[in-house]
Write a protein that binds this ligand. Structure first.
Ligand SMILES: Cc1ncc(COP(=O)(O)O)c(C=O)c1O
Length: 463
């Protein structure tokens, strides 16, 4: 019900164009306005409190009230609120942050960090760097990019083209151009053939990747983009052996690997990076979100020495490397990111995520006893479950039934925020969550499922 007496709500409906929102419905319902946060909880303008089971958009790793980040921003605001990095200029926080990021990723082969504001931009500039690199080293035909079904790399024209989700393409006239090649998602749950083991599934999709490369010609393919764990595509945990075999194929064909660590970076998998969790050795990494616990927008594209040298050669020939955004390495955002990294270290939050993960995964798995849940999966502190109408046949709900949205709204009623993604419900709490709060998270999810189940029965959708 639209709260027509509420000025905020009416101004929202009149003026605010919401991203990723059912636009017509928004006019009827108005917004859910959050006004404050503490720890892993947020509170709306009606005083309702929610356990933020998605860390906002998979991002507020330190929760919603970390005073040290506020202080870091304030200090930097007073000292130097803005200065750019163009033309060899710098500010102190962006230098320190790049140093810390490279220190943390040196073992993965990273050598230089270029900043931007969002995950989408970080991936976008990765593409531009790759194209520039292959021109610089005299391989101008090597330009195509392989990206996966269910991959999510953002929404700018190029990063949305890499994204492998229909909604990001439909009527946006994307993917743009003909340089994006699509390969399989490593989701055994969704795409295994009847009776196919995980190992057989991996062998099949890796063989399909090899066939794609052979068909297109390795000398035309520049890079492969992948999230170590696919997030928005449904929290897809790669089966054992997947990354090892994919990397072997890429190496053999001299195809660069871009690890999109926008969700998996900084502890989400119980390791500093998804690359550590799956022994991935990328040429480029993109990071954002938990880099600043999302208190301020900042992202980075990290590149290996080989890529940086190539780009330097190109710039020696072409002149200025003509890429960069006004706010790249913004000193206030960088100061907050430095403080965030310090907190991760001091509190060993990566170790905490790893230690607490078994409890998280065990409570997640216990949802499988619920009538509407068919399967669960997770790693570290990220997980998901599949919502089904019929467990025996794995039949999912029709989109028109509104049951996925119902689970989300039932969650709000009982005070927990989760996120529906197609037939999947994702869970990704702040890394600071403790054991008791994990119990609260899953108790509430179960109550939300019970409410949704009761509605499904009333509507005759389930026995
Ligand atoms: C893996 C991944 N890459 C890129 C992005 C895009 O980041 P942003 O929304 O900051 O542009 C996201 C956002 O959810 C993401 O999950």
């Amino acid at each position: 019900m639209l709260r027509t007496h509420d000025l905020n709500v009416m101004q929202d409906v009149e003026s605010l164009f919401h991203p990723y929102t059912l636009l017509a419905k928004q006019r009827e319902t108005g917004p859910l306005v959050m006004t404050r946060g503490d720890g892993i909880y947020v509170e709306d303008d009606q005083g309702n409190r929610y356990l933020e089971g998605m860390s906002g958009l998979w991002c507020t790793a330190l929760g919603f009230s970390e005073q040290r980040l506020v202080d870091a921003a304030t200090r930097q605001m007073h000292k130097l609120p803005y200065y750019q990095l163009f033309a060899g200029r710098a500010n102190e926080p962006s230098i320190e942050l790049s140093h810390r990021l490279i220190e943390k990723t040196k073992h993965l082969g990273m050598d230089k960090a270029m900043f931007a504001n969002s995950g989408s931009e970080a991936n976008d500039q990765a593409v531009k760097m790759i194209w520039y690199y292959f021109n610089a080293i005299g391989k101008p035909n090597k330009k195509k990019l392989i990206a996966r079904e269910r991959g999510y790399h953002g929404v700018t024209v190029m990063s949305a083209s890499l994204t492998g989700l229909a909604g990001n393409h439909m009527d946006f006239d994307l993917p743009i151009g003909d340089r994006v090649l699509r390969t399989a998602s490593p989701s055994h749950y969704h795409y295994a053939k009847p009776g196919e083991s995980e190992a057989q599934f991996v062998d099949r999709i890796v063989a399909e990747l090899e066939a794609l490369i052979a068909r297109e010609g390795a000398d035309t393919i520049a890079a492969f983009f992948g999230e170590p764990v696919q997030g928005a595509g449904g929290v897809i945990i790669p089966p054992p052996g997947y990354w090892e075999k994919v990397q072997a194929v890429l190496k053999k064909n001299d195809i660069l690997l871009v690890a999109d660590e926008v969700i998996t970076g900084f502890g989400r998998t119980g390791h500093w990076f998804g690359c550590d969790a799956y022994q991935i050795r990328p040429d480029i990494m993109t990071v954002a979100k938990a880099l600043s616990s999302s208190y301020l927008p900042i992202s980075a594209t990290l590149v290996s020495a080989r890529i940086y040298e190539g780009l330097t050669q190109g710039s020696t020939r072409n002149g200025v490397f003509s890429h960069g955004v006004t706010y790249a390495g913004h000193p206030v955002c960088a100061a907050v990111a430095i403080e965030t990294l310090k907190i991760y270290e001091e509190r060993d939050l990566v170790g905490h995520a790893r230690n607490i993960s078994p409890h998280f995964l065990q409570r997640l798995q216990a949802l499988e006893s619920h009538a509407m849940v068919h399967a669960t999966r997770g790693t570290g502190l990220i997980g998901a479950f599949e919502l089904v109408q019929d467990k025996a046949t794995r039949k999912t709900f029709d989109a028109a039934s509104g049951m996925l949205a119902r689970v989300q709204s039932a969650g709000l009623e009982v005070g927990v925020i989760v996120r529906p993604l197609r037939d999947t419900i994702a869970v990704c709490p702040p890394l600071i969550i403790n054991d008791a709060q994990i119990d609260e998270l899953f108790d509430k999810i179960r109550r939300a499922l019970d409410l949704a189940h009761a509605d499904a029965r009333k509507a005759g959708l389930m026995p």
